[in-house]
Design a binder for this molecule. Structure first.
Ligand SMILES: NC(=O)c1ccc[n+]([C@@H]2O[C@H](COP(=O)([O-])OP(=O)(O)OC[C@H]3O[C@@H](n4cnc5c(N)ncnc54)[C@H](O)[C@@H]3O)[C@@H](O)[C@H]2O)c1
Length: 282
C-alpha cells in the first residue's frame, strides 16, 4: 500500500469543498486548491460553517473543529499542491483534467496517486493522457460528500492494483463505504440513476405530472430526495453533462436521450442551488 499523509483536493466547488472537509476530518493534511480565488474563499467559509454546525450538534468539540480547520491549506497557487494523493474535482472536462494531472505531476513524486472524481468521463481515457496511467484511479464521491457514505473506486485498465487497494483503505479511514467498480460509462450509480432523472423529466415534458408531484411521490415511496430536488442539488450543468456523456458512450440509445427540459434549464443558466434557481427557487 502507498503511504498517504497529505491529500490535495483540486477544485473548491460543491464536491471539492466537501471532499477537502472529509479528508481533514479523517486526519489527513489537506490542501484545497482552486484556480479561482473566490471559490477558495467560498470553500473556506463553507467548511468553517459546516464544522461549526457539527460543534453545535455536539458531534465534535470546538478544539476538534480548530484542529480540523488548521489541517487545511487553502490555496490558489498550484506550487502548493505537493501531496501523496491528488483528488481532482474540477470542471467535468477531460482535457482540463488531463492538463491538471500533468501540471501536478511536474511538482509531485512518482509515488503520488492521481484520483479523479469524474461522474462520467472514462477514467482510462484520462489516464491515457498522463505519463504514468498506473497511478490514475477514479474516486467518485457523492453529493454532499460530507454526508454520503458511498465512494465508487474506479479501476481503469492500467490502474495499479495497489493504488486501488490504497484508495479502499483511504475511503475506510474517511468513514466511507468504498465499492470497486469497472471503468464503464456512468460506473454503477450514475448508470442506474439516469432513468430516475430522465423518466421524471419525461413525465413533466409530456405534461403528465408536475415537478412537485413527482418529488413528493418518489420521496413518499422511499427515495431520500425527489429527482428534481436532487438535480438542483447536483447542479443542472453537471447532471446534463453526465447524461450526455453516458448516452454517447453507450451508442446513443433512445431510452437514455438527454432531456430537452434540462437542456433549457442549462441554457437559461438555471443550474440549481448554486445559482439560486433550478427547478425550484432558493
Ligand atoms: N456536483 C455533483 O453532484 C457531483 C457529484 C459527483 C461528482 N461530481 C464531479 O465532481 C467534479 C466537480 O464537480 P462540482 O459540481 O463540484 O464542480 P463545478 O463544476 O461546480 O466547479 C468546478 C470548480 O473547479 C475549478 N477549476 C476549474 N479548472 C480548474 C483547474 N485547472 N484547477 C483547479 N481548479 C479548477 C473551478 O474554478 C470551480 O470552482 C466534476 O468532475 C463532476 O462531474 C459532481
Amino acid at each position: 500500500m502507498y503511504n498517504v499523509i497529505t491529500i490535495c483536493v483540486c477544485g473548491a466547488s460543491t464536491m471539492g469543498s466537501g471532499i477537502a472537509q472529509v479528508a481533514a476530518q479523517a486526519g489527513f493534511n489537506t490542501i484545497q486548491f482552486d484556480v479561482n480565488t473566490a471559490m477558495i474563499e467560498k470553500s473556506k467559509a463553507g467548511i468553517e460553517k459546516s464544522l461549526q454546525f457539527l460543534v453545535e450538534k455536539q458531534k465534535i468539540s470546538s478544539e476538534e473543529k480548530s484542529d480540523i480547520f488548521s489541517r487545511i491549506l487553502f490555496t490558489s497557487d498550484i506550487k502548493n499542491c505537493v501531496a501523496d494523493l491528488c483528488i481532482e474535482a474540477i470542471i467535468e472536462n477531460k482535457s482540463a483534467k488531463i492538463t491538471l494531472f500533468n501540471d501536478l505531476a511536474l511538482i509531485n513524486s512518482q509515488q503520488t496517486i492521481f484520483a479523479t472524481n469524474t461522474s462520467s468521463i472514462s477514467v482510462g481515457t484520462i489516464a491515457e493522457g498522463v505519463a504514468n496511467p498506473a497511478m490514475v484511479v477514479g474516486l467518485h464521491f457523492f453529493n454532499p460528500a460530507t454526508i454520503m457514505k458511498l465512494v465508487e473506486v474506479v479501476q481503469a485498465e492500467k490502474t495499479d492494483a495497489i493504488v486501488v487497494e490504497t484508495m479502499v483503505a483511504i475511503c475506510k479511514q474517511m468513514n466511507k463505504v468504498p465499492v470497486v467498480c469497472k471503468d464503464a460509462p456512468g460506473f454503477i450509480v450514475n448508470r442506474v440513476a439516469r432513468h430516475y432523472y430522465l423518466e421524471s423529466m419525461k413525465l413533466v415534458e409530456l405534461n403528465l405530472a408536475n415537478i412537485e408531484n413527482v418529488d413528493a411521490i418518489m420521496e413518499a415511496s422511499g427515495f431520500k430526495m425527489g429527482p428534481f430536488k436532487l438535480m438542483d442539488l447536483i447542479g443542472m450543468d453537471i447532471n446534463f453533462g453526465v447524461s450526455h456523456i453516458v448516452w454517447e458512450a453507450l451508442g446513443k440509445p433512445e431510452r437514455l436521450t438527454p432531456s430537452i427540459v434540462q437542456q433549457q434549464k442549462v441554457e437559461a443558466g438555471e443550474l440549481g442551488r448554486k445559482t439560486g434557481k433550478g427547478f425550484y427557487k432558493y
